[in-house]
Ligand binder design. Sequence first.
Ligand code: C2O
Ligand code: CU
Length: 467
Amino acid sequence: AAAAFPLRNLFSGPGNAAAAGAPAASVPFSQPMPIPPVLRPARSTLDTDFYELRMRYADVEIVPGVRSRVRTYGGVLPGPTVRAHRGRKVVVRQHNDLDLDAAVHLHGGHVAPEHDGHPMDVIAPGANREYHYDNDQRAASLWYHDHAHHSESENVYNGLHGSYLISDPLEAALGLPGGQYDVPLQIRDARVEADGKLTYTRAEQRPHMLVNGKERPYFRVEARRYRLRLFNVSIDRPMLLRLSDGAEFTQIATDGGLLAEPVRLSEILMSAGERAEVVIDFGRYRAGSSVALRNAMALPGENQDFLRFDVVPAAGRDTSAVPPKLAELEPLPPATAERSFVLDMNKEQGTFLINGLLYDPHRVDVRTELGATEVWSVTNPNGHGEHPNFLGTHNFHTHLTHFRVLDRNGAPPAPYEQGWKDTVEIGPGETVRIAMSWGPHPGRYVYHCHRLPHSANAQMGTIEIVG
Ligand code: C2O
Ligand code: CU
């Protein structure tokens, strides 16, 4: 199959020379973790909130003492948080003040095709467009990020990512920690050079870990429960998240919203693009003590700890709760089709394939009917020689709809992936079966590996849902 577009070397985009010299020194836990600002509507009507966002370059301090030029939504890294409510529409007008094409995808959104940020449906520099989001879906932690074909990986790496949180009345009635105790954590890696330049390069050369745009920050928490919304917004790095004291925490949600019941865990594996919501009770810690969040899959020589919670006395009584029953997970109807997808790579060409094919935006790979329930079996036949800690992993992301993980190599999914998902890790040699119903919109959508250097190099396909 011929590539429809010239493919890029994996990490050689414009303005991104190979890493040279030493990166900026990490000074762990020397700067506070910011909480991204919540975007204010420019105006609101009875059923819709209208927002304006400008994509533009900004100089930000990721590592203390140096300025880094990043691509942003609204001048901040990460972009501002959009707070949406089920049944209430959101319209975001995105102005492209960058000098490159951009497409804004709402990851996890059940969005009409013309508002999905399709890779070919870009906003040219200087132009703007409206994206319409119905928010006709369960409460969930979504995120928005760039999806311009071939450039999405560099664009996200350079800063085009932000949180989009949908709430609903069922969730609000649970009494989970809210307000200032409900915090999104956009977690990613990066390489910041000594002069501040952000270099787009492979994971082995990206020693910095950012939470909400700051390198290894600290977060002052009260001795009480917090709801932490974890986003792995790295372009390709899987993370195995643990607390530094090994303590258990409670997972309450996956990509697509609340789990049926809370799950007690001591670690969560998150591949690039996945979300998990956890409740951590810092009331178990003495005021004045600290505990860190760590990536137990960090590369050799890297500091595993990337966020330090510094516990201070609670300001008041903690009235939040994690009820034993969180949500109803509607069962899927029986599947009417089964399909297989093989994620592979062409080592010589540095391209990535699905079922032997490179992405071609003019080709439809799967055709189905609106509302059809299907089982997709996704296989990663091999490893592909990166560092053993994430040797040969791919993952799989569907646009438009959420899926349930049926099994992984025939065994039930791990507890942290039993709810509604839109992205799932597919490790070397694994076959993961997922089930989904295709809707609520007809049209053409992509599915792809969410290791973005892979999708940028053609590991992507098209499904057409016929209405
Ligand atoms: Cu988060 Cu098609 O992507
Ligand atoms: Cu991949």
